[in-house]
Design a protein around this ligand. Structure first.
Ligand SMILES: Cc1cc2nc3c(=O)[nH]c(=O)nc-3n(C[C@H](O)[C@H](O)[C@H](O)COP(=O)(O)O)c2cc1C
Length: 380
């Protein structure tokens, strides 16, 4: 049994889908037809992605909506349960869960994730979130720790989980955040190796956590050219610590027959932006970044970047245009050093088939992906 097939080897440029467990996905617009995160849609999407040979699905962990006219992400499937259902219904694709360190005790998290990993035959991954959106922490009656302490707690949390998963005899753990006696937990993950871990810390401390502990750093990108040096540095720092690090980034995609059609659709989304939700989110993240002097932190205090990117993909990089243009954009990101990209579409199920038909063959011809051999593509 292979651990996280396709993620540790396989295609040079790996692809996943991001955010389909949440209503509206990653788009902040009132345009009708925006993503309905029903179970039926998630199941169809995962089976389609599986049959196309995409490497993974990554959920957003969100406990309440962002308000505005459409209450973006107001309905979301809890991600460990979501991953369990999708893994049971697919063959090859990896499915991540996204877990908030302060909200889930590590012993519970270790057992839940090990259980789901058995359901998926070694295809579970975990996105570790140390703390971000204050409103949901308040909903749990918690205050977030000071920024860098969140990652100190994350280190203890992840250490406990890894030790439980290693199957070592019952151990005591005495840390700043956890004081635990005779910790054990069986079964361990089903392949004898732990699930891959990703982390999206962007601040200096968050990035350091990702470099030290994760297998995949989820990093933001302003332009591919500007990212290249940072990606190379993250990878070489991880290598110096004795492990390989992949670097991934999210990308919002609109792919249409012509550039004009894609641009028109983006304009339509922007003309109907959900400014209430965008404003709420921007203010919360600006507050969280207050006092930071690193480039990311300064940007966040000033707002979340170009409006188009915010509307289509909550500020992430966007590839909008004809199949040639979208493929070229994704190749540019790969050339900058990104190993993988998680995509979001305004309406995943309506738009992924065209992307697969038009863009995947271009990536194959460019030599960054193999043609997927499945003869059985599940069309919605
Ligand atoms: C691609 C990506 C996915 C993320 N997923 C989530 C998530 O699902 N839930 C959440 O609360 N935060 C999520 N985050 C937030 C990060 O884990 C992190 O808290 C944020 O980037 C701030 O980083 P910092 O703590 O280093 O400032 C995500 C961030 C990125 C870039």
């Amino acid at each position: 049994m292979t651990r996280n097939p396709g993620l540790t080897s396989g295609n040079a440029l790996k692809l996943g889908l991001f955010g389909s467990n949440c209503s509206n996905g990653r788009s902040y617009t009132t345009v009708p037809g925006r993503w309905d995160a029903s179970w039926d849609n998630n199941l169809k999407l995962a089976q389609l992605a599986d049959s196309l040979g995409l490497e993974c699905m990554v959920p957003i962990a969100r406990w309440k909506g962002y308000g505005g006219e459409t209450n973006v992400n107001g309905s979301s499937f809890e991600s460990i349960a979501w991953a369990c259902g999708l893994l049971a219904a697919t063959q090859r694709i990896n499915v991540f869960c996204t877990v908030h360190v302060p909200l889930l005790h590590p012993i519970i998290a270790a057992k839940q994730m090990a259980t789901v990993d058995h359901v998926g035959g070694g295809r579970l991954g975990v996105n570790v979130v140390c703390g971000w959106n204050e409103d949901e922490f308040h909903m749990f009656g918690l205050d977030k720790h000071e920024h860098d302490d969140r990652y100190a707690q994350g280190e203890e949390w992840w250490t406990i989980i890894r030790r439980v998963w290693s199957g070592e005899p019952a151990f005591d753990f005495r840390g700043r955040f956890y004081d635990l006696l005779a910790v054990e937990g069986q079964p361990t993950p089903c392949t004898g190796e732990r699930p891959l871990m990703m982390n999206a810390g962007s601040s200096p401390r968050g990035r350091q956590f990702a470099i030290e502990h994760s297998d995949m750093h989820f990093d933001g990108v302003r332009s591919p050219e500007e990212s290249a040096a940072r990606i190379a540095q993250s990878k070489s720092q991880a290598r110096a610590l004795g492990h390989d690090l992949q670097v991934w980034t999210p990308v919002g995609v609109i792919c249409r027959a012509t550039q004009a059609e894609a641009d028109d659709f983006l304009r339509h989304l922007v003309d109907n932006a959900d400014f209430g939700a965008l404003g709420y989110l921007a203010e919360m993240h600006a507050n969280d970044a207050r006092g930071r002097t690193d480039a990311e932190g300064v940007l966040r205090q000033a707002g979340e970047g170009p409006l188009e990117r915010q509307v289509l993909a909550r500020g992430s990089y966007c590839a909008v245009g004809s199949p040639d243009h979208v493929a070229a954009e994704l190749l540019k990101l790969h050339a900058a050093g990104f190993d993988g990209l998680v995509l979001n579409f305004f309406s995943y199920l309506d738009e992924l088939p065209y992307f697969a038909e038009q863009v995947l063959p271009r990536l194959e011809r460019a030599g960054v992906r193999y043609r997927h051999s499945s003869t059985e593509t599940v069309l919605p």
